[in-house]
Design a protein around this ligand. Structure first.
Ligand code: FEO
Length: 135
């Protein structure tokens, strides 16, 4: 069983964003799998970098759509995105300087953050984009 699994309760109603979320889940699963099987730091770092790159892409996708449709919750939503990016960038810095390591605590943080963000924040735009005809 995967460490983190997407299900319909997590659907935000926009296909592109659902696909983005599924892909982010895949990255977290790959990281978790790598951690429990003892994958080397270099390969783990590659996966983490992939996760970070795709997270930025996804955040850009959402933010662009919010701006395009003048979504009222844009500023608060972007702030959450920026906070996560800063935290992960901080972890990357620690890792690159040899002060950080992959841990179950990190996996738990990423998993909880993503699920809580989708359920608590992304889902707020579901009806808004539906009304705008964005699918
Ligand atoms: Fe799907 Fe706001 O991240």
């Amino acid at each position: 069983m995967a460490y983190i699994e997407w299900n319909e309760d997590l659907s935000v109603g926009v296909d592109l964003f659902n696909e983005d979320h599924k892909r982010l889940f895949e990255y977290i699963n790959r990281l978790h799998q790598g951690m429990v099987t003892g994958l080397g730091t270099s390969s783990m770092t590659d996966i983490l970098n992939g996760l970070v790159d795709y997270t930025m892409t996804h955040f850009d996708n959402e933010e662009r759509m919010m701006i395009q449709h003048t979504y009222a919750g844009y500023e608060a939503h972007k702030k959450e995105h920026d906070t996560l990016v800063a935290r992960v960038a901080d972890f990357q810095t620690q890792l690159n300087s040899g002060r950080g390591s992959f841990s179950l605590a990190l996996m738990g943080f990423l998993k909880d953050w993503l699920i809580n963000h989708i359920m608590g924040t992304d889902l707020k735009y579901k009806d808004f984009f539906l009304e705008k005809g964005v699918k």
